[in-house]
Design a protein around this ligand. Sequence first.
Ligand SMILES: NC(=O)c1ccc[n+]([C@@H]2O[C@H](COP(=O)([O-])OP(=O)(O)OC[C@H]3O[C@@H](n4cnc5c(N)ncnc54)[C@H](O)[C@@H]3O)[C@@H](O)[C@H]2O)c1
Length: 356
Amino acid sequence: MKKIRIGIIGFGRMGEKYLNALMANGKWDVAYICDVSPGAREYAHGICPEAIVTDDSDQVMNDPSVDVVGLFTLADSRYHLIRKAFEKGKHIMAEKPIADTPEHEEELVSLSESGSLITTVNLYLRNSWYHNRIRDFIRSGEIGDLAIIRICHMTPGLAPGEGHEYEGPAFHDCGMHYVDIARWYAGCDYRTWHAQGIRMWSYKDPWWLQCHGTFENGVVFDITQGFVYGQLAKDQIHNSYVDIIGTKGVARMTHDFVTAVVDLHGVNVTERIEKPFGGKNLDRLCDIFADSVNSGRRSDSLPTFREATTASEYAWKFLDDARSHDLPAIGTEAELEAIRERRSRMTDGYGLLHKR
Ligand SMILES: NC(=O)c1ccc[n+]([C@@H]2O[C@H](COP(=O)([O-])OP(=O)(O)OC[C@H]3O[C@@H](n4cnc5c(N)ncnc54)[C@H](O)[C@@H]3O)[C@@H](O)[C@H]2O)c1
């Protein structure tokens, strides 16, 4: 089978993860790596000498032998790059959010739904073994009727002002994954919500947010997300779980980024599963995408631009809701400065961006 030629645009933290997944999968040929940063290009040359390394995304887009573009820059340039890719007839793997404003996102959804090009976006939780196992368990009837979805993800991750500024505050940048997966579990749209945030270290935006409410089908939810978890602790730790409660049983998951543990407590089945966490599941995304391109049939398991845009839209709504209530500020700019300074020296830490 002919290898699929891909041009990677944006070779930072995520771009390198994609490169590793693509190189480990025999269906791909990495034709280009494009980045505006000289340091990123030099690094790309070193680890993938067979790819053409460039700072010019048009060179990638204009090459008719390129089948797919991987758009892993920050959100500010994604809208223009996706539009260009459609214009040039390229299939698209994009990072989330697919654009920098809801209007741009909607426009790209229309383009993706009106043509035959294959598109996807990295809503990685949808490809995780643990969420799929829990959803199968719910569908088997073991927990009775699904009633309550509780999700929490708090880490000492990306600090305000450290990067990803076009992606919005933590609850949009990272939280949109949890907004998406809660909706995936519920199987319908959000109906009501109330969000509480806090402006940690007196930063202008909330960096921790909790939202609760209902779905159209009456299922209730609470989502807690924040990159505010012990940033200056000597030994760092995180707290990440889902807790799915039915009328008869429960299913839950937690992880340490290495191993994920699923506990299923149904009316007939009690099971504990411990398996590798799986990171961003890019091996799976790249493999399914390759099969879709080769067969000309888009797999239903590829996350869509519409799903990403809906998650992004609700994450913004929940942030807006938090801003409409009491939004206290706690902590000082000096603490935030100390956090940024510490992270700039760290070589191993939560969500560190590459320093190239
Ligand atoms: N799906 C996920 O779980 C997940 C996780 C982390 C990040 N992301 C998303 O991935 C994207 C990239 O994040 P990252 O952490 O890799 O950031 P990063 O800052 O490490 O990398 C971005 C790279 O893009 C390059 N770049 C910027 N504009 C460019 C342009 N116009 N042309 C070419 N290169 C350009 C930068 O030089 C940088 O090397 C973000 O939008 C982020 O939201 C998604």
